[in-house]
Write a protein that binds this ligand. Sequence first.
Ligand SMILES: [Zn+2]
Ligand SMILES: [Zn+2]
Length: 388
Amino acid sequence: MAVVNRIAALASEIATWRRDLHAHPELGFDVQRTAAMVAGKLHAFGCDEVVTRFGRTGVVGVIKGSKLGANRVIGLRCDMDALPIAETTGVAYASTVPGAMHACGHDGHTAMLLGAAKYLCETRNFSGTAVLIFQPAEEGGGGARLMVQEGLLDHFGVGEVYGMHNWPGLPAGHFAIRKGPLMAAADRFNITILGRGSHAAQPHLSVDTLAIGCQIHQALQMIVSRNVDPLDSAVISMTMFHAGTAHNIIPPTAILGGTVRTLKQETKATVVARMQDVVDNIGRLHDARIDLDYLHGVPCTFNHGQETDIAIAVATEIAGQAHVDTAVQPTMAGEDFALMLEARPGAMIFLGNGDSAGLHHPDYDFNDAAIPAGVSYWARLVELRLRA
Ligand SMILES: [Zn+2]
Ligand SMILES: [Zn+2]
């Protein structure tokens, strides 16, 4: 593997930072300790500018190259937040915070981008500017959205953005990427059914919200199987069904909830329209009032063509062609880096985490063996894209 020599020498120090972050997970926007550690190190490395409290608790480090040439600005983004999961790994550096853990590897992402910052501040072997973005609240908190809304990309003049996520199941240090949709648009929905309660022995006097909810559940699956092209992808998962209080009462209300995942805007539009048809028509059929509250979440993570080619070239230099999957299957998981890719061209790449437990699993741990490849990717991306 052609990792950068200086980075190989830094790998154990970076792993120490990673394990410290792992032991002290923080949730959502409440990443004060992590952000303070990041800002402290960026200052110590000699970043030209360190901006804190961007997007509430986000941190941005600016590093200017020492070479003359084009004055392009590229953004490298990582996420800092953990998950509300009780850790079961048993590792020596396990979470010291009850009910919270780094189960998505954002400890590794943060440490690797810090490692790249250290290398880039030392070497500055590029022309233009690298903007290192440490984002809070990736796990459903809207961190990327807030940073973009607060003008992150305009303020720093970022022309392109790049992201990286570790990927369990892919050998450590290997890469996987694809042009076009890589990760799904992730939306949520709530359906409230207002019917009429009755004695369970007198169902003819009721408008049975539980029976109606079951029909809605079945009808929603028909959208995926009968309205979406079988060669396209959509997921409708109903994950909540709340109704009823006693064995002998037909409940007057039921509340359902779940998530919708799609890879194309047209598919999402079809699913939303058909969901509305389902609730309207089933409501009419049974004389119930049914409200669909569709909550638009992160859009599809869409990799742009030219920037994906650049990412592939960098990954290939580091891992070798045989260890870079350039046509990986998209995943129906969502990622809020999608909002930065909506605002600027760029690419998201997966970094192999080896044979670990899956993301968001209590046994998951970021694989430190991937650090040299991940940090080298960031460093060489800057040096190649901002070549003098
Ligand atoms: Zn996650
Ligand atoms: Zn994640």
